[in-house]
Design a protein around this ligand. Sequence first.
Ligand SMILES: [Zn+2]
Length: 347
Amino acid sequence: MENIINRLYKKYYLYAIKNNILEVPEFIEYREFGYGKKNKVDNRNISFKNEKEYKSWILNIVPYHIYKSLAIMRYPSNSGGADKKGVIRREIAFDLDIKKTKRCNHDDNWICKYCLEEGKKQTLYLIEEFLFPDFGFDEEDIKIVFSGNRGYHIYLSPKNENIKEIIEHYSKDERRFLTSYILGENLTLKNVGFGWRRRIAKKLKEKGIIKNEKKFLNNKNLESIIKKYKETTQNKIYKTIEELKSIELDKKVMEDDIRLLRVINSLHGYTGFIVKELTYKELKTFNPLKDAIFEEFENIFFDVDIVDNKKFSIEINGKKYTNKSKKLTASALLFLYGHNIKFNIHT
Ligand SMILES: [Zn+2]
């Protein structure tokens, strides 16, 4: 079994390397790498002299999960914290780590169209409500990457070199401020900045809770405005504000100086899906269950006996698989393998 899985991962990496789509992080000799086979990060503190060494290592080890450091550091293979590694600068990336939704009818580690939709919705919210209007970035300043499971990584990569230089030297506290702002942690309704006023007013209008958003846009003291509404409306307003703050942003990813993040266009070892980079336009119509599949895997079939007691259902590339399935594509095989479903392959 392990041989078959390994062969499939290797097939993908050969393709990704040959077609130059596998991410080769900038300043590769100053990056730390980590990888896992069955588990996520079993090994880290790995570094390479150059691109060639990195690529041949991948084809040799065939990792099921591959990560690179966001930071560029003097001693990437030293173990220990940021001091031991000599961090020079660090990329800024948001990690949206999506849990299952109320509509999901599956275990925590499974996926379905509802949680996948939620991930996309929150990513668009982060981009359209914060990164574009409040932070002043545009499509070309950000890099959107599907994590290969439910989440997304959004990198800030401003085309303006000066801005890039500044943000990549941000301290931990400065980076923490970015996530605090987005999560509305410092929001005081007596004194609300324009970005949040705009967001709140827009949502309240959209939901039909208020008719005229001008009051909300023109006065910093939202508390005094909200107080004038009757109690039921006030409650709806407060509830809406809380909803606007409930984005599933992983704060630790932003804070950690030596954080590793998945290599772009690698495969995710739990799903076998591609950790895919998307343009803003592509994101809008992106369906991971179709668009993050390695096409060649759809032409490889396995006859199997699924011997797991767990009842499941998953639709990959328009084909539905359950615990009664007898034939799997390589995509489905990798997904089930990554989710610890027990099956035997007929060879
Ligand atoms: Zn779900």
